[in-house]
Structure formats: C-alpha cells, structure tokens
Design a binder for this molecule. Sequence first.
Ligand code: AHR
Length: 656
Amino acid sequence: MLKRTFLTLCAAGAFAMANAQTQYTIAADKVKAHIQPTMYGIFFEDINLAADGGVYAELVKNRSFEFNMPLMGWKEQKKDGGDGRTEVINRAVERPENAHFIKSYITGDAGFYGFSNEGFRGGMGVKEGEEYSFSVIAKQEGDTNVKLNIELHGDNGDIIGKAELTPTDKEWNRYSVKFKSTATTPKAQLYVWMSGKGVIDLDMISLFPEHTWKNRPGGLRADLVQRLADLKPGFLRFPGGCIVEGRELNNRYQWKKTIGPVDKRENIINRWNTEFKHRPAPDYYQTFGLGFMEYFMTAEDIGASPLPILNCGMACEFNTGELVPLDKLDPYVQDALDLIEFANGDASTKWGKLRTDLGHPAPFNLKMIGVGNEQWGPQYIDRWKIFTKAIKTKYPDVKIVSALGPSPEGKEFDLLNKTFRSLGADILDEHYYAPAKWFRDNARRYDNYDRKGPKIFAGEYAAQSVSTVNPDNKNNWECALSEAAFMTGLERNADVVNMASYAPLFAHVEGWQWTPNLIWFDNLKSYATPNYYVQQLFSINKGTDVVPLTLNNEAVAGQNDSYATASLDKNTNELVIKFVNTSTSAQNVSFKITGSKGYQKQATVTTLKADSKDAENSLTAPTAVSPVESTIDISGNTLKLAVEPYSFKIVRLKNK
Ligand code: AHR
C-alpha cells in the first residue's frame, strides 16, 4: 500500500517479513500463449533533442543556415586585427531544399575574421584523445584564396583542437579535415576563422566525432545507440509520435525528404520547438541527418523489426487538425506504398534500387507500417480506409498499425476500437500516459480482450508522477514499479498483446520539452532511468511461452499488492518468474511448480529495488536504481523467495 510513506517504514526498520508464506502455483507444462519476438520494443521520436543535439552526432547547430534566423547558433568573430562581413544568401529557386548559405567578405589585410558555433545547449561534447572530422561545402569567388583555420575552444577559451583547410575550387565542393581534441568537455565551441583577402561561400559547416555507432561517418552517438541495443528490442517504431503529424501539414514528416545526401535533406522546424510555452526551444529544428535510411539501419543493427509510422493526411489534432481532402490523398498513400518498396523491393524496383544505391542491397524486411500516429475521429476512419485498401491490395502480408487515439478509454477510443475491430484491423495502437496507480489498477486490462480480434500494440505508455505533460513529472521508482506491475498483465496476455513500448525515449537534460522519458543524456553522458531497467528486464527475460502463474486459481494482478507472470524460455530451457511487490511490506512467497521434471539446484535472481518510491537515477548517480544479480537454491519443485518491499524480482530456473 502506498498510503504510508515508504521512507518512514524503512526508518522504522519495517522490513520484517510478512508472517504467512503465500503459495503461488506455476503449471510449467501448460503453455497459454506464445510470446512474440516483437513483444518489447522502442518508440523513437525527435522530441527533447532526441535526434539533432542527441543521438545524431553532429556537433554544429544550424550547420546549413536553414533556421528561421539563419545565423542562430553562430556568432561573428574577429581577432588579431582581422575584419570582414557576411551576407546570408537565399537561393531558394535553385535549391529549395537547402536555400541558404553564407558569403563572407574578408577585408582585413591581416588577422582573422570568422564565426563561432555554440553547439547544442551551449556547447559541443568532445573527449580528450578522440578524433573529430570538420567538413564544409565551400566555393571561392573570383581569384581569391581564402584559408580556413578551425579551432575547438575548451572551457576557458583554450584551444583544444585545431586544423587548417583551404578550399580551392570556384565551384561548390566538399572539404574535410580531421583533428584530435586535447581535452574533455561537454561545452566546447567551434571557431571557423578565415584569412587572406577575398570572398568565400560556405554551407554545411559540420563537426562529427570519428567514433560513432559502428564508426559510420556522419553517424549516431555510439553511447546512446548502445543504450538501445542493450534493451534487446523486438521492434523500433519511428519517427514518432506527433512529429509524424506536424502542427500543420506543412510541418509533417516526409520520409522521402530524409534520405540521400544530407545537404539535400530539407530542414524544417521541429514541432516541439513551440509546443510548450513552459519549455520553449526556439533553436529546435530537424536536419534529418537521422533520416529513414538511418532508422532502418539502426533497427537492423540492434535486431529490431522496423515499424515506420506515416502521416495519413492529418495534422496533429491537438494543434491545427488540418486534413487533406479525401480525393487528394493519393500522394500520401503513394508515400506509404513507396516506403514498403523502398524497404523490401529488389533493385529492379524504383525504390528498391534507391535503397541499393544508398548502400543497402539487402531488404530491410519490413512487416508492419503505421497509418497515422495518434489520430481520432471519423475523419481518421475515412482516411484509414483509403490507406488500408491501397496497402492491402499491393502488400497483403504487411500488417497495418492503427491508432486508437491519445487515451485508453472514452468516446474517441470506443469509436475507433469498435470500428477497427469490425473492419478486421491487424494491430491496434493503445496509448496510456496515466498516474502510477492506473498502471497497477489496469494489470488485468487485457484478460478479457477478444482472443480472436486484432493484436494490441501498447504503443506509448509511461506512468506520470504528477500529471500528463506536467514539467514536474519524475522518472521515479514508484512509476517504474507500477509499469512493471502493468507489464506482467501485458505478458500474461501475450496472445493478444504483441508489442509494447515506453514513450518518450530520449531527453537532453538541458533541452527537454516532455518528461518523464526513458533515457536522459547530456552532451557527453547518459543514464538509464529505473523505467529503462524495468523495460530491459522484461525484454531480456521475456521467454518464449507464457505459462499460468496463479494464486487460488487466479492470475496474480494485485492480490497482496503483488503482480506476477511466468514464462518458459524454450531457447535456454528455463522457467522465468517475474514478481512485482508494490507493497511496503516484505513478502515471503513460494512457488509450487507442477508439470516439470525438476530444476538445477541454483537459480539466478535479478532484483530491481529502491529505498524510496521517489528514488531516481541521474547523471551523477546513474545506477542508484539498477538491477542486482544473485543466486538462490531450490529444492524439489518448490521455490521459496524473500521479496523485499517495493521490489521487482526475476528468477530464472534451469530445467534439469
Ligand atoms: O510521447 C510524446 C507524445 O505523446 C507523442 O508525440 C504523441 O504521440 C503522444 O501524444
């Protein structure tokens, strides 16, 4: 019970075991449901600087001068008597997708004129001894020969890395140079100095670490992708979220504009730039350096099934709710069909050839696609029908993920739920951002769902410690533990629930708009929240088949404030028990296991617990709440387990 404070109980030494031992039963030979490999996955959205300023490792902000204020992030600089001036040129007619560049006139006989770039949230994270690659697209004008001196400045303005570069051509060309940083700092500044009288045009001024995920040039932050890989996710949903919809249709996500050379990917404002007055982010844009090719490749890298979500001709209904007329939907529908061909087609198809030309001849094995993000209303049903008919006609095996609106109950939910079920939808996407108690109270949500109806994708969920979109929400232990309680219900119903993902995924500690989030980071480091560890433990211990775990012949979903599920792992020949104790009392429990030939004497136990329901992790205490491994002896077919208050335990028993 959460009525008394947990801390008070700890202080009073109230860890004493409950007197009676509760006996649960596991029927290890009675498979109830197969657990899909996709069961636990990842929801990715470029919110909270997740992409630009986050997992996309570009260190320069506004590298191509496409922000509404084209010099945002840049500051004019002069030194040693240098002088000059700069014009922002707009060549939208010729290059609509990358309209702006700068033309600098270097007028000083001596010294240096140039610009510094502030990076993301006041700096660039660089590490001592690591190599960085500076690049620029440039063009000298007339007979000039302007030279570039690149400097990285550390905390006190000291130079911690430098290089020289002289663009030689009179036509646009790309130049690059590498150098090492001599210091580690989260807030380095990049200086681009110009010298030698003349005129030079500059665009796409970029700085990347050489060390990225799989060391791909212009790639992703290795530490952050590793966090995703460590979840062993079954799927990767991308690119969102409301970002798919846009505040208005002009601002929607268009996958075709996010592939190919990065200087040809049209930048747009990030819809989260202006969403919350209490968390303004005027410098939040999308370069799409992390675009659809990178999403597909990341999914492949981390063994996750790709799940792209596409705009269905509707802007975000929390904002403008703009609609594409039904007779003008064709380009939107075509985007979906072309995407499937891009992912799965061979080189004889137009879009399969493009994927091949981009360096990936093998198909991405796309099996699912989302039509719309968090849409609702009859206007969604009208558009959904058109998309579904077109997709199913051409690709009958591709499963369609259909939204059930932003809330797990109410009028809008009921309309979509009823309609899509009657229309034979494949997968229904339910979202729940709700109080921690809702998660505990809803552990039986799926027990009575139609076993023959559509599959469920718990597509976005997170317990809110205060209220939804409240900036004071925390990733605390009570929320994480309540999510664990709820997830036992997802797993117990794995015949209906095929996929689940926490949302949102990433947040920059200095650049977030939404909280709570699964993983927090700054320019150099990151930490996993207690919620992350819950997700991870479910994922890596999901097993292959659910077997009944009962108390008095009933599923365990709240009795004694406990929640539990059991599965077989046929790959490792183990029985996996997950037990969540949300009470402030310790519990002495035992599991009588039937239908088994017995287990090896020692089982492994993983425990996730905290001394307070308010406990959180942080950049300075990243593993305050994190899993601890131990072993336990079992005799015969009965397992006795001492379960601490407010804890989540996983026991793996190996068959004899
Ligand atoms: O996860 C944050 C937002 O919550 C998503 O963009 C949206 O789908 C939901 O409303």
